[in-house]
Design a protein around this ligand. Structure first.
Ligand SMILES: Cc1cc2nc3c(=O)[nH]c(=O)nc-3n(C[C@H](O)[C@H](O)[C@H](O)COP(=O)(O)OP(=O)(O)OC[C@H]3O[C@@H](n4cnc5c(N)ncnc54)[C@H](O)[C@@H]3O)c2cc1C
Ligand code: FES
Length: 274
């Protein structure tokens, strides 16, 4: 008997059970959860998963690391679901859909990564892949204070150049991470810039990269329900791109024609200023 397309659709869009293998505190606000599960393909950097925990919502999470039989997500506690994810323990079960979306293009030999907040999760996986490909990478990470800077040891282990910015000056440069972007673009040639984090930070990074003639990609966090293009909750106005399937990684020039950095939709689909 052939189940044809319906089985394929379930494989692609249905839940897979995942078992929590390890939980690691990365910073005062971020926790990484290693989940054992079988994925047909290794996720690409920039792709995301829909994670469901019992008694909470299903939420999108970037892949922050992966192997053939495991994935890692790195979660900032924001509300009910992310707090529940942070409290998961070894042996707990979660539902996982995906990986979904288009990831970063890693074309070129030298890359500048600019991350803040939960956005560093997507970029750490990109930096690992860049390192595996023996390409060059400079990683700029920003946070309010030193205890909120994630993955510092991991970036150093990858042998990549790391520059930090903290708003209170407790580590690295005192100020916002985008202050570091222009000086490094002047000093060094990059084939591409990749950014993920708060939208205001990404807008500034995109503008600076384009000013210096460097290709730039930004990964967006917009409200998601289905994760694979049918519900419309993640749409970018006015062009109608869906962040879950056309993104979450977009070319910076395209984003500047949208509501990027200005508005985003809430759970009810209402446009809210950023
Ligand atoms: C592609 C993508 C990748 C992401 N990767 C990460 C990551 O690696 N680490 C991380 O900590 N966070 C990530 N997020 C954000 C994360 O999904 C939200 O923080 C989470 O859904 C909040 O849920 P909550 O119930 O804890 O909070 P709530 O109290 O329900 O909401 C807090 C805020 O989170 C946002 N949010 C809530 N539900 C969703 C949803 N279904 N989709 C998108 N945003 C939502 C809203 O802006 C809301 O104001 C990502 C989002 C997207 C779209
Ligand atoms: S989340 Fe449903 S269309 Fe993008």
């Amino acid at each position: 008997m052939s189940y044809g397309k319906s089985v394929l659709a379930f494989e692609e869009f249905g839940f897979r059970p995942g078992k929590v293998e390890r939980v690691v505190r990365e910073t005062s606000k971020m926790v990484s959860v290693y989940i054992k599960l079988h994925l047909p393909n290794l996720p690409r950097p920039g792709q995301f998963l829909m994670i469901w925990v019992p008694d909470a919502e299903e939420v999108p999470m970037s892949v922050s690391g992966a192997g053939r039989r495991w994935v890692r997500i790195s979660v900032l506690g924001r509300g009910k679901t992310t707090s529940k994810i942070q409290k998961l323990r070894r042996g707990d079960l979660v539902g996982v859909r995906g990986p979904f979306g288009r990831g970063f293009s890693l074309k070129g030999k030298s890359h500048l990564l600019v991350g803040g907040g939960s956005g560093v999760a997507a970029l750490i996986y990109a930096s690992k892949t860049i390192s595996d490909q023996k390409k060059e990478c400079v990683f700029l990470i920003g946070a309010k204070t030193s205890s909120e800077l994630p993955f510092l040891r991991e970036v150093k282990r990858l042998n990549q150049k790391l520059l930090m910015a903290t708003e209170d000056g407790s580590a690295g440069y005192k100020g916002v991470v985008t202050d570091l972007v222009e000086p490094i673009l002047i000093k060094k040639d990059f084939d591409s810039v990749m950014t993920c984090g708060p939208e205001k930070m990404m807008v500034k990074t995109v503008e600076l990269a384009l000013k210096h003639g460097v290709r730039v990609q930004a990964s967006l966090e917009r409200y998601m329900k289905c994760g694979f293009g049918v519900c419309g909750s993640c749409v970018l106005d006015p062009v109608g791109l869906r962040v879950c399937t056309d993104g979450p990684v977009f070319d910076g020039r395209i984003l500047l024609q949208t509501d990027f950095g200005k508005f985003k939709r809430d759970a009810a689909g209402r446009r809210r200023p950023i």
